[in-house]
Design a protein around this ligand. Structure first.
Ligand code: DAH
Length: 387
């Protein structure tokens, strides 16, 4: 074999021989051999590229039964050229490079590297045809670790509201809701808070127009429910309320309340006390004691403020309870009969009690949250503590 033209020879046969066998003795001869290999390589690649199957796949079409996916041929080409034990590159290393005279080694080495790179590049271009846009740069490596998706949790305020609701469910209460955008009639008037009543000052209000506000409390749902339903009724109303407050550690212009209302015959203040004492022990723990102090709300008579024994010092007196041993928690009272005239209940037959609590306040005390703003900033480092 003295000819330098080995192009008609089977390439697997070609690389089984040493250069000496092939009659190649100089650098030009080595280059010529590698050129011929490159031409053969291109033939293999072109065959795949010109196949109907490859064209279909490139156009995004689906193959029919009996058609072979081009990746099968691509893989065969890869094994033929780069296969570890039986690949052409392997044979060249063993049969051409290893026994070659020192003056040719460098040329063979370079040819070998260029050939290997050329095979890899051409195979890559078959796997990811450059004509296809919007494809990822690399193929999918199924051995890489997956993307971990964290499971979300209910917001801590939602959890607190659900917990409050659950406790009242067990007492036979059901849930009612009302609109955040409320009429002045429901928010004030029907709750016995007339136009010039000073209680309207207490609740700096967002007015939408002269007759419409963002509700300043959930109490308007008391009226809406009594208009809709006849006694006996026991409802709680979880929801948002709004006041023109400047945000600080204990104030937010948007916050949450849970309102309660029970109307029936023979309901007394003792029922109110028993219900809220039960609720507060269920929510904060059985060791909690409750205290009812006289207060004033336009829609209840008599009215009371409910305190619980301080959770932080066991009622010994600390900074949080301002040394009193008690923490002010919520408002309540017996439904003022004036409300019944708005909803056409017979005040001589029915009596009831109502209460309202701030969810943020309850949650801050229960979970030891120091700043109300944390509830609304959406910082996952805060939120994920409450899974
Ligand atoms: N609506 C009152 C407020 O937002 C809270 C309240 C007090 C609700 C007494 C009641 C109640 O139902 O009886 O300040």
């Amino acid at each position: 074999m003295n000819s330098s033209d080995h192009s008609s020879q089977n390439i697997t046969d070609l690389v089984q021989h040493t250069l000496e066998d092939l009659g190649v003795r100089d650098r030009a001869g080595v280059q010529e051999l590698f050129n011929q290999l490159e031409v053969r390589l291109q033939d293999y690649i072109r065959q795949i590229r010109d196949s109907d199957e490859f064209k279909k796949i490139s156009r995004g079409e689906t193959l029919e039964r009996g058609e072979r996916h081009p990746s099968v041929d691509t893989e065969a080409v890869r094994v033929l050229w780069l296969g570890r034990k039986q690949g052409i590159v392997r044979f060249i290393t063993d049969n051409w490079l290893a026994p070659a005279p020192p003056e040719l080694k460098r040329e063979i080495g370079q040819g070998l590297n260029a050939l290997r790179a050329s095979v890899e590049e051409k195979i890559a271009s078959l796997i990811n045809p450059p004509t296809v846009v919007n494809e990822p740069e690399q193929g999918i490596d199924i051995t890489l670790p997956g993307t971990r998706r964290t499971v979300g949790v209910r917001h801590i305020l939602r959890q607190a509201m659900d917990e409050i609701t659950e406790i009242f469910f067990a007492l036979g209460y059901s849930v009612e809701e009302g609109p955040d955008i409320e009429s002045v009639y429901y928010n004030f008037e029907a709750l016995n808070i007339p136009e010039d009543h000073p209680a309207r000052d207490d609740q700096d209000t967002f007015y939408i127009d002269a007759r419409t506000v963002l509700r300043t409390h959930t109490s308007p749902v008391q009226i809406r429910t009594m208009e809709k339903l006849q006694p006996p009724l026991r409802i709680i109303v979880p929801g948002r309320a709004y006041r023109r407050d400047t945000p600080d550690a204990t104030h937010s212009p948007m916050f949450h309340q849970v309102e309660g209302l029970a109307v029936d015959t023979h309901i007394t203040f003792a029922d109110l006390k028993g219900t809220l004492d039960y609720f507060l022990k269920a929510f904060f723990g059985p060791e909690v004691r409750t205290r009812f102090r006289p207060s004033f709300f336009p829609f209840t008579e008599p009215s009371a403020e409910v305190d619980i024994s301080c959770l932080f010092c066991g009622a010994q007196g600390c900074r949080i309870c301002k040394q009193s041993g008690w923490i002010e928690l919520m408002g309540c009272g017996m439904v003022d009969p004036a409300l019944y005239s708005y909803v056409h209940y017979d005040a001589s037959v029915y009596s009831g009690f109502a209460f309202g609590m701030g969810v943020e306040r309850l949650a801050m005390l229960k979970y030891g949250v120091q700043d109300i703003q944390l509830f609304f900033q959406g910082d996952v480092r805060f939120l994920r503590q409450f899974r």
